[in-house]
Unconditional design. Structure first.
Length: 427
């Protein structure tokens, strides 16, 4: 079956010059022009550092995006995710034709509406009503078409009382409400939305996500959505693209995209050791560690509401040993979340037989906040206390937040601070 491609990006790259604006730009422009006249390649495309903010580059030029290629089908909801500085906003500005790519091309199969930054596409001196007509005209709609949608737009935005007031007097939240309503209801074939929705309150975020689901499923329209909130991305999107330092590092199913985004390269949900390389002391060797879901299956991605089981398997090599177990948990910012000692372990009172044994702990649902996590494991003795070995980063997993009655978040889709997210009782 032939795919119905509505947007195709081919070899998109974007280069920026660092430093003070205007320094040497006339000379560079003349140099580019002279190369073009002679039919030669732009000389500044051959230089430039990748878009890695953590390193000091050697060039005055930086590639915000490099060789981006992807296709989007009609009716698809595509999540574009990545850390700050990965190139997400630059890509959306190119797709929205706010800025041009340095190289490459984009092919569109329909009208594009964008919601990138607060105030984009609005004239502050004009009223909300006038801006609705202005935006509709930009999208190629006539006055009759816009008027037929006017009441729905105003009602959805919740700005009825201020609709004939210049939008420069609107609050940031009102601005976003009206801008989203205009973009959603004027029926573009492609709707591009950046993190700007996070500005709205909980009620509006819920309405906006519901509307985006409706226009993709029922209207057959395409949505490109950028957010750092994986709960909203997971609920809304079916496919994800992960950007890192200006390049696409993953393109596929949204669950796998979130896994790549959250993952530390050292994290795996299971790990086995060769007996010669196993973490060990003179009486025990760690053989295997696994992260399991409630069905006892090895899983790296876990919902915030689900229990997570960490299982350790080790081999006792010497008789009559009294010991206990320790566990530590770190998030992907290397913050030490918790330590747990198996203080009531039977192994402190009764030695285990020589052979293979296992021990597991359960991290309850609605306890950890959304993040990537890594685990450590220790074997210890008491009286006197002594650590026989402590192995870091043995396994890891991701906790993915979600909206719903069973989570702390509920229907709120904005940023949710904190390193733990327990479901507390309010009385």
């Amino acid at each position: 079956m032939k795919k119905d491609i509505i947007l195709k990006a081919e070899n998109i790259s974007k280069q920026y010059r660092l430093g003070q604006v205007g320094t040497g730009t006339m000379a560079h422009d003349l140099n580019r022009w002279w190369h073009q006249v002679r039919g030669k390649e732009n000389p500044y495309l051959k230089i430039g550092d990748t878009n890695d903010r953590t390193t000091k580059g050697n060039s005055d030029y930086v590639w915000a995006l490099q060789d981006i290629n992807f296709e989007v089908e009609r009716g698809e909801v595509l999540g574009i995710i990545g850390k700050n500085g990965a190139g997400k906003s630059t890509l959306l500005k190119i797709l929205s034709r706010v800025t041009a790519p340095t190289t490459g091309s984009i092919k569109f199969g329909g009208r594009v509406a964008s919601l990138l930054e607060v105030g984009t596409g609005f004239n502050g001196e004009m009223t909300g009503r006038e801006n609705i007509y202005l935006n509709g005209a930009i999208l190629g709609m006539n006055k009759k078409e816009i008027t037929s949608k006017l009441d729905e737009i105003i009602d959805f935005s919740g700005c009825q009382r201020y609709i004939d007031t210049p939008v420069k007097r609107y609050s940031t939240g009102m601005y976003v409400r009206l801008a989203f309503a205009v973009a959603a209801f004027l029926e573009p074939e492609i709707l591009i939305i950046d993190e700007v929705l996070a500005v709205g309150d909980a009620e509006f975020q819920k309405k906006a996500i519901g509307k985006m689901q409706d226009i993709s499923k029922e209207g057959g329209r395409t949505v490109l959505f950028v957010s750092h909130n994986m709960a909203a991305v997971k609920q809304l999107c079916t496919r994800g693209i992960v950007l890192e330092n200006g390049s696409v590092v993953f393109d596929g199913k949204i669950d796998s995209a979130i896994e790549v985004y959250l993952n530390d390269s050292n994290n795996n949900a299971s790990r086995k050791w060769d007996i010669s390389q196993a973490p060990s002391c003179d009486f025990v060797k760690l053989i295997e560690a696994r992260v399991l879901n409630s069905d006892k299956k090895i899983t790296i991605n876990h919902s915030v509401i689900d229990d997570i089981v960490i299982e350790f398997t080790y081999e006792i090599t010497k008789e009559n040993q009294f010991f206990t177990h320790g566990f530590n948990l770190f998030n992907n910012h290397n913050i030490h979340i918790l330590s747990s000692h198996d203080k009531d372990s039977l192994t402190l009172k009764k030695p285990l037989s020589i052979g293979v044994h296992s021990k597991s702990i359960t991290i309850p649902g609605n306890f950890l906040a959304e993040s990537g996590y890594s685990c450590s494991f220790a074997i210890m003795r008491y009286n006197p206390f002594h650590i026989e070995f402590h192995e870091m980063n043995i396994v890891g997993f991701n906790v993915i937040d979600e909206m719903g009655e069973k989570s702390v978040r509920g229907s709120y889709s904005g940023g949710f601070p904190g390193i733990v997210r327990p479901l507390l009782n309010w009385e």
